[in-house]
Ligand binder design. Structure first.
Ligand code: C2O
Ligand code: CU
Ligand code: CU
Length: 439
């Protein structure tokens, strides 16, 4: 928690025997835990992170979704911290930084999926300017991984990387199906993060009243009643749960993320799309006891500026594609943006600071790709030909197989170099990332 406008924290990334899914696992963690510590900030704060790399491989740290300057060493994609090394990050949150749920994770190209799958991730909360009355606040960091009988994370087959790996275990704060208890009539706040490398989470909590305050850094002016939430990898939900007596299960329902037609493998692509029945219990909520007093009304909230009627300074097309290429062992799938694989020395998109741009995200491949832009939130204008009728901001937007999404982005304040990529982090590691510079 920040004190006097500053939070200084040391994050040590290290391998170890860590508690994961109720057992000892050979995993990676920040400060010995999975997830790492939750960082709580306010708009206007300075966040200083001293990253210590005790891993046997290169890493770095990215603050996903925070609207902070990428100038200098701010964006982390281009910083490499070698084994035994350290790096001091400093971020200044603007005074009008949107409140909400954010997170941190490694971002060293080629290693991102493996390091997150092994346990390197944690939550960041930016507090509301005006508090919302709740009787409990919970941070639910949802991740997936696979452990073998020895408690090791097995090597991921090449095919699973191409499809986007999905772990056998889906965990909440590193635990299998934790139990939560509450009294009836309570209003709780659940901050949910999908830190899975590739898995889309379709969540339900039947029997309870759910109201969505916002997704990512976006806010709805008044909370929106929902039955179900779809979080693609990287997305967050800020949710109010008003409790009713009884037991409810937080379920991850089967989500038919499109991969490759006719693909067989051991990962996501292997699932039989006809089998819609599989759902996983992520957590169990037990509501019992004396009813709680009714909470006060939720104050009106403000999202980022609505860009739907803003003048557009530039229009761009971003094409996400897959194709066949030649790898060392023969045929390999290529993952490209506008025809190219990531090269950190190249700047793919140069933006003039100060304007609003409209980007059409085009997916020409037969698989879904969740598109993520660092630093600048995207407002969704149009999805597959249909205009959106509400102000929706996200920093990860699903671009469906053979589909397109139109977004607007305000490049109003910061300059500097950063990145956009597919948040199926296996795809990002395979090249589906590009560099952007605002100047
Ligand atoms: Cu969550 Cu570029 O990352
Ligand atoms: Cu990010
Ligand atoms: Cu992808």
């Amino acid at each position: 928690r920040s004190i006097n406008g500053q939070l200084e924290v040391r994050l040590e990334a290290a391998p170890g025997q860590l508690l994961l899914a109720g057992r000892q696992a050979a995993a990676l963690g920040y400060n010995g835990g999975i997830p790492g510590p939750t960082l709580r900030l306010r708009a206007g704060d300075v966040l200083k992170i001293g990253l210590v790399n005790k891993l046997l491989q290169t890493t770095n740290l990215h603050v996903h979704g925070l609207h902070v300057s990428p100038e200098g060493n701010g964006d982390n994609v281009f910083v490499a911290v070698d084994p035994g090394g350290t790096f001091d990050y400093a971020y200044e949150l603007p005074e009008d930084h949107p409140p909400g749920v954010y997170w941190y994770h490694p971002h060293h190209h080629g290693m991102v999926a493996d390091q997150i799958f092994a346990g390197l991730f944690g939550a960041i909360i930016v507090e509301d300017p005006e508090p919302i009355e709740v009787s409990a606040e919970r941070v639910l960091v949802i991740s997936d991984t696979t452990l073998d009988g020895m408690g090791n994370i097995p090597e991921v087959p090449e095919m699973d990387r191409m499809m986007g790996r999905e772990g056998e275990l889906i965990l909440v704060n590193g635990q299998s199906n934790p139990h939560i208890s509450a009294r009836p009539g309570q209003r709780e706040r659940w901050r949910i993060i999908n830190t899975c490398v590739s898995r889309y989470l379709r969540l339900r909590l039947d029997g309870q009243q759910l109201q969505l305050l916002g997704m990512d850094s976006g806010r709805f002016p008044t909370p929106r009643t929902v039955n179900e939430l779809l979080l693609t990898p990287g997305n967050r939900a800020d949710l109010l749960v008003t409790t009713t007596t009884g037991d409810s299960t937080l379920l991850a329902l089967y989500q038919n993320r499109r991969t490759m037609p006719g693909m067989v493998g051991s990962g996501a692509g292997a699932r039989n799309p006809a089998d819609q029945s599989d759902s996983t219990a992520l957590a169990t909520l037990r509501v019992a006891g004396e009813p709680a007093a009714a909470p006060r009304a939720v104050p009106a909230q403000q999202g980022p500026a609505d860009l739907r009627s803003a003048p557009v300074a530039a229009r761009r097309q971003i094409v996400l594609a897959t194709g066949m290429g030649m790898g060392m062992g023969g045929g390999m799938m290529r993952f490209t943006i506008n025809g190219r694989e990531f090269d950190e020395a190249r700047t793919d998109t140069t933006v003039a600071a100060g304007g609003v741009e409209e980007w059409t995200l085009i997916n020409t491949s037969p698989m879904d790709h969740p598109f993520h832009l660092h630093v600048w939130p995207m407002q969704i204008i149009e999805e597959d030909g249909a205009g959106t009728n509400a102000a929706l901001w996200q920093d990860v937007v699903n671009v469906p197989a053979n589909g397109r999404v139109r977004v607007r982005v305000a490049f109003k304040d910061f300059r500097g170099r950063s990145a956009y990529h597919c948040h199926i982090l296996d795809h990002e590691d395979l090249g589906m990332m590009a560099a952007i510079e605002v100047r």
